[in-house]
Ligand binder design. Structure first.
Ligand SMILES: NC(=O)c1ccc[n+]([C@@H]2O[C@H](COP(=O)([O-])OP(=O)(O)OC[C@H]3O[C@@H](n4cnc5c(N)ncnc54)[C@H](OP(=O)(O)O)[C@@H]3O)[C@@H](O)[C@H]2O)c1
Length: 364
């Protein structure tokens, strides 16, 4: 159940935009699990789903249509309905006083929009002007581990190859993988509609559109988002993003060239010290992070930590996390929690007005 608001907190009106999608549903679940102080929960989607119902925390809630007026009175709006919807409606929500935490690619690289991984750069949320961006799921699980290396040994160069699950594309892709697996078992043709080729029993090196430089936009998101989150604007990063027939959790093979030497033993220690990061690394017992075991969990799992002998100061490792939870919903809710704790729910320009400030640390 959603929590009864604690005495010193005002219960917040929270909107979930894209509430019928896989990320939106996970957001509703995570809000409930973490007892986020929700007064009213407003579930929004397109006109197609308006009037349908979604079960949330033991209650059945009716979905409304996401229109500008639907954000009247909203404190926090969690958006996961794609870039077009975010471009159109996030400013409408913000102008009505809501703080938007946006999961799409629409606002991430705007200079006045903080791009936040909760355990890496929470302080950047302080200067938000009404929209905060949640990073791409591939960047999300990588940034906390890179932060640890940056702080201990410095980073010269990063190469990351991703193995991304179909839930990263949404509900239609989950259904497509399942249908193709059933078709294969039945000896029937595998029809592809979400992806350009069958995803079942395949690996597709194409996620999002191709750019002029030969990379895909998904790959370039990892490059530019890592630079912004880690405050390393010149960080050298190269990425190959691959869709694989896994339902939930993204895996990544990462190679980092460090400025100062960093042994695998030291790396295990500094990774384990990052909140939300768990080291699973014992080859003798076949212990390493697995997509199936990370699914449903909030942590980022790291293993296969070893020296990369192909460069002077190289480290190689394997990172796995649930793309729907830490990669999307959990980080968004963690940002919302941090805004409440630090009194930053309102945009900085509005924070001086006592009537709109919501800081839980303030005397009531
Ligand atoms: N999946 C991931 O791992 C992941 C991770 C990070 C970020 N994201 C981002 O999160 C967003 C949603 O992803 P998803 O995986 O949840 O997709 P999804 O399962 O396909 O769900 C899409 C949601 O968006 C809603 N929607 C579509 N058009 C709309 C419109 N015009 N107005 C209002 N709502 C509309 C849909 O509502 P209807 O039911 O009305 O169609 C549905 O609730 C995307 O921006 C994606 O890039 C996803």
């Amino acid at each position: 159940m959603f929590s009864e608001p604690r005495t010193r907190e005002r219960a917040l009106t929270v909107a979930v935009v894209g509430a019928t999608g896989v990320v939106g549903r996970t957001m509703i679940q995570v809000l409930s699990e973490r007892n986020f102080p929700v007064g009213e929960l407003r579930l929004l989607a397109s006109g197609r789903s308006a009037g349908s119902t979604v079960s949330a925390a033991g209650r059945t809630l009716t979905v409304g249509e996401a229109t500008p007026d639907a954000f009247e009175g909203v404190d926090i709006a969690l958006f996961s309905a794609g870039s077009e919807v975010s471009l159109q409606l996030a400013p409408e929500a913000a102008v009505r006083g809501a703080t938007v935490i946006d999961n799409s690619n629409a606002w991430r690289m705007e200079a006045n929009v903080p791009l936040i991984v909760s355990q890496v750069n929470p302080q950047d949320a302080e200067w938000h002007e009404g929209i905060i961006a949640n990073p791409n799921c591939s960047t999300m699980q990588l940034a906390p581990v890179l932060m640890a290396i940056r702080d201990k040994a410095g980073i010269e160069r990063v190469i990351v190859d991703t193995y991304q699950s179909v839930s990263g594309t949404g509900a239609d892709a989950l259904a497509e993988l399942e249908t193709q697996v059933r078709a294969h078992v039945a000896g029937e043709m595998k029809v592809a509609s979400v992806y350009p080729h069958p995803i079942a029993f395949n690996a597709l090196p194409e996620i999002d559109v191709f750019l002029e430089n030969g990379y895909t936009r998904e790959e370039w998101k990892v490059v530019s988002e890592c630079r912004k989150i880690l405050h390393l604007p010149d960080l050298r990063v190269s990425c190959t993003a691959v869709r694989v027939p896994v339902f939930v959790s993204h895996s990544e093979a990462v190679h980092v060239e460090t400025t100062r030497s960093l042994s695998p033993e030291e790396a295990r220690k500094i990774f384990a010290a990052v909140p939300g990061v768990v080291v699973q690394d014992d080859p003798s017992t076949h212990l390493y992070p697995l997509a199936t075991q990370a699914a449903g969990k909030d942590e980022i799992f790291v293993g296969r930590i070893r020296k990369d002998p192909s460069v002077d100061r190289g480290l190689a490792f394997w990172v796995v996390s649930d793309n729907l939870r830490k990669g999307a919903a959990t980080n968004a809710v963690e940002i919302a929690e941090m805004l409440v704790e630090r009194g930053w729910v309102s945009a900085r320009s509005r924070r001086t007005a006592p009537s709109t400030a919501i800081g839980v640390g303030e005397a009531s």
